[in-house]
Design a protein around this ligand. Sequence first.
Ligand code: KG4
Ligand code: ZN
Length: 352
Amino acid sequence: MKDIYILGVETSCDETSLSIVKNGNVEIATVTLSQMDTHARYGGVVPEIASRMHTENITLILEELFNKSNLTMKDIHAVAVTYAPGLLGSLLVGLEFAKTLALVYEIPLIKVHHIIGHIYANAIDSQMEFPLLALIVSGGHTELVLMEKDYEFKILGATLDDAIGEVYDKVAKVLDLPYPGGPNIEKLAQTGNASYQLPTVMKRDDLNFSYSGLKSAVINLIHNEKQRGNKINIADMACSFQMTAIDQLIRKTNQAIETYQIPRLILAGGVSANGYLREKMAELAKEKAIDLLIPPMKYCTDNGTMIAAAAYPLYLKKEFAEFSQNAKSTQNLADNSDWYLKKIIVSFKYGK
Ligand code: KG4
Ligand code: ZN
């Protein structure tokens, strides 16, 4: 079979990232422009600035990508683009850019759901084997997903309120740490001890998550200490928060492994860059004697490579998008029939 080259376009938030991927799992070239330094000045992503910066940079990035890869648009078989979820203006820049390329070069357009992109980051330079359990931990999502086969997703549990990445970012703000909060909390936590008592939430035995209670507990504790005139040890607070937040992921993942007897686990999403989480999941996988796949750091946060990788199975199935395809800012599991990840009650078990 001839080699298939897909151009992946990711602009859902504050990274403009374009990538060329061969046969769904070999990265040929990637150029990513992070807007992090700009948004850090405002303490978070400013949507209007984000879309403006995507617009200013995306064609320059394409040029650099082709300089790096020694390929041209004529070598590309399809353009894949994140269409949801994310910041609407930002998504639209990538989507219209991808549509234009597809139209001019007469190649198929493939729409990719951002979270499915994060899942397929695990396919790059590697092979995803099924059935598998995917733990998705990003700025907008916290989910346990069962994949019996390629491109088939069953939600086993999801957050009932905030996503874990969102809470990392909010707690960082309360601790006066710069944006982005996640990596800064992780760094600070390494120098602290888990000396603050925070509540263990979601003790119930389903596979859903909850993070708003933990967030409120941190905010209240800081507020009360301040009122008493006590100084907060922010390294200890970061460490206590991180331990409690990740503990919930470990407990629920452990429970899912035991319930469904699934022999392999993958991590997906920005929070999977967290060293403490990676370490704890490696311990869990060892204890349960299951395989663990975690994307290399560079594929954990947003990138065009994962979008092209996720588009490859759709290319093979000829599942192409219409040019009328719109961007969607929210695309939740429970309330959106257009989402690939359908909510299905899983009533069987693997193994044993
Ligand atoms: O997947 P992602 O890049 O964007 C979304 O799709 O949401 O994830 C971004 C989230 C942010 O909340 C960020 O703070 C968090 O991932 N994050 C981390 C780390 N690196 C990124 N959280 C904890 N530890 C990290 N090292
Ligand atoms: Zn993401």
